[in-house]
Design a protein around this ligand. Structure first.
Ligand code: ADP
Ligand code: MG
Length: 615
């Protein structure tokens, strides 16, 4: 039988390697930034277009490459960083595998411009899908500029697999943050679609953290410092009261390289034991320095996981160092957290008593504004200020043109085909609602009884309203008396910016949406001003935590997130009128029976079922 084994051509081998090294635009960003750092640059520019799908460019002022090196850098296993296998165990550079540029050049259009200091003339090379299309001498500044265009142009499956621009931008910013936090001694800028997102000047670790995460970060940080023979630890943990619901701000750097380690994370959790609210995670930015000979970085193509010779010792040292810092900075072991009952999910509800009504003073109350808002909604009473409940939001999206508020309910249009008002008991007296434990609305229907989860039902109502506003028609915006200035980190602003259009369709009006500065002059009618910041924070959080494999639609996520934030909470008392209105609005929905997160909004109990229980 003839021999059947052949060697793969280089460009095929490169594409295969690219599959491991380059998963998405952010992987390219990481590799290029790391090359710039290895080249000794002290200023690095990152330029992105369309979340990296159109362009990723990194410009550095590092040592540049000679003509021959420039050409060789795109060969597989071409590296200047190690010479022998022994060097693998004494790494002082980020790169060493010599496959990043070869892989990237196999799956994109790449343009390299580079010049060494002391040379008069530099080199430009253009490569498309591993093929050199041109090489020439050019006049360029010292350093290197590498542009990667049309990523995955020759692998449509990978290109189609990419997520929305919001998600891919998020990944890029994450990668950028990891690199910039590891290297405060290097200046970085980042531009996306022409606007500057970060401008980080050379600084120390603390300043860098503040520049990346916003000025509020400073007060949250507790320094950690421990020097031992095997390990030096420096950096910060965040005070427990600032713990986040997400694991977003957890950073380990080992010898200036961001790494992931669930084992070391466990050590930090141990140090925080008893200090964190349930469901929250400690934030930390910890820089470990170890002898390069005691670690193996070469266990993963993306180099984010490493193996330590003596993990147990590191674990113990880390845990005690963090514990010590928390103790020293007077973070008492038992903290009594103020709990906001409104934030509770239905599952935490059990055992809670109905609370006494609280008198709330709305400082932003303006009788003139109110008059306008109220008359907009067709209420006959002017100057009547409702306590801050979701009462007003129940009216949002109501199509009734009536000026008589007693008519509002009876004029409700039922759109749903399957569920018509006829399921309700015809006997007028019987059709009364009743609220059970400030959680469920109970209603009689022909066949028996209906129990509605108030929080989920209202989510469904708001979700459909938001979707409609975003996709079909513009929502009404309620103008704020004074512009509302909010503080977000640069990366959070980038997320808001990518959702700007949809947010405006729901009724938000942004007068400013730039670095560190967000100013809002109008909000959707369903939002009370004091709630705006929480709603947007939740939205950013939801976008950040978007499950990677879910079928992602920004609009859908936005509608879901806002509905979740604004829906009547479990534990909130509703008047009979409010209850009835919610029930009517729910059954006017297209899909009344499930919440936006696919959970039942109501259950029915037939008379027979009840009879059965009495048997
Ligand atoms: P590695 O970084 O693992 O060595 P790469 O494929 O990323 O492999 O880069 C190959 C080589 O190209 C590097 O070893 C380096 O010599 C050179 N190189 C890449 N980027 C730059 C840069 N920005 N400045 C100077 N030299 C560079
Ligand atoms: Mg490299």
């Amino acid at each position: 039988m003839a021999d059947i084994i052949q060697l793969l051509p280089d460009h095929v081998a490169n594409q295969i390697a690219a599959g491991e090294v380059v998963q998405r635009p952010s992987s390219v960003v990481k590799e290029l930034l790391e090359n710039a750092i290895d080249a000794g640059a002290n200023h690095i520019k990152l330029i992105i277009k369309d979340a990296g799908k159109t362009l990723i460019q990194v410009v550095d002022n590092g040592k540049g490459m000679s003509v021959t090196d420039a050409r060789l850098s795109f060969e597989r296993h071409a590296t200047s960083k190690i010479k022998t296998a022994d060097d693998l165990f004494d790494l002082h550079t980020k790169g060493f595998r010599g496959e990043a540029l070869a892989s990237i050049a196999a799956i994109a259009h790449v343009e390299l411009k580079t010049k060494q200091a002391g040379e008069d003339i530099g080199t430009q090379i253009n490569i498309e899908g591993s093929e050199v299309v041109s090489q020439e001498a050019v006049a360029v500044p010292n350093g290197t500029s590498l542009s990667v265009k049309n990523l995955f142009f020759n692998i449509p499956a990978r290109r189609n697999f990419l997520k929305s621009n919001t998600v891919e931008t998020r990944h890029i910013i994450d990668e950028f943050n990891r690199v910039t936090l590891a290297h405060p001694n290097i200046g970085f800028t980042m531009h996306h679609n022409g606007s500057e997102i970060f401008n980080l000047s050379i600084s120390n670790k603390r300043q860098r953290l503040v520049n990346v995460f916003g000025s509020k970060t400073n007060e949250k940080l507790v320094p950690v410092e421990e020097n031992t023979e095997v390990l030096n630890i420096s950096g910060f943990v965040c005070k427990p009261e600032f713990a986040k619901k997400t694991r977003g701000e957890q950073f380990f750097f080992v010898n200036d390289r961001f790494i992931k380690s669930s084992y070391l994370n466990h050590a930090i959790n141990g140090a925080f034991e008893g200090l964190l609210r349930e469901g929250t995670h400690a934030s930390y930015f910890l820089y470990l320095e170890v002898d390069p000979k005691t670690i193996d970085i070469n266990i993963h193509p993306t180099k984010t996981e490493i193996k330590f010779d003596d993990e147990h010792t590191l674990y113990a040292l880390l845990k005690s160092a963090v514990k010590h810092s928390l103790g020293q900075f007077n973070i008492a072991p038992v903290l009594d957290f103020d709990r906001d009952g409104n934030m509770d999910t239905p599952y935490n509800f059990k055992d809670r008593e109905a609370s006494n009504p609280v008198i709330e003073v709305d400082r932003s109350f303006n009788p003139f504004k109110e008059e306008k808002a109220v008359s907009n909604k067709g209420m006959s009473t002017t100057f009547k200020k409702e306590p801050v409940t979701s009462w007003e939001s129940l009216y949002v999206g109501l199509e009734s043109k009536s000026n008589d508020d007693t008519d509002t309910f009876s004029q409700m249009q039922f759109e749903s085909e399957e569920v018509t008002p006829s399921i309700f008991d015809d006997d007028q007296n019987a059709n009364k609602t009743f609220q059970l434990h400030n959680k469920y609305i109970v209603n009689t229907i022909k066949s028996g009884m209906l129990m509605i989860d108030q929080h989920r039902a209202h989510q469904r109502v708001l979700y459909e309203q938001f979707l409609q506003h975003i996709t079909v028609k513009e929502a009404v915006s309620q103008q704020l008396l004074f512009p509302l200035a909010l503080e977000f980190t640069n990366s959070e602003v980038a997320i808001l910016d990518s959702l700007k259009e949809q947010l405006e369709q729901t009724g938000f009006v942004f007068s400013k949406l730039e670095k560190n500065e967000v100013e809002i002059t109008g909000v959707p009618v369903s939002i009370v001003e004091s709630n705006v910041s929480a709603v947007l924070e939740q939205l950013i959080n939801d976008i950040e935590n978007e499950v990677p494999d879910s079928h992602f639609s920004q609009t859908d996520l936005l509608a879901k997130s806002m509905a979740k934030s604004l829906a009547i909470k479990t534990g909130q008392r509703l008047t009979v009128q409010e209850q009835e209105h919610l029930v009517n609005s729910l059954f006017a929905c297209k899909e009344p029976s499930i919440s936006p997160t696919n959970k039942a909004t109501f259950i029915t109990m037939r008379v027979e079922d009840i009879d059965h229980k009495f048997n």
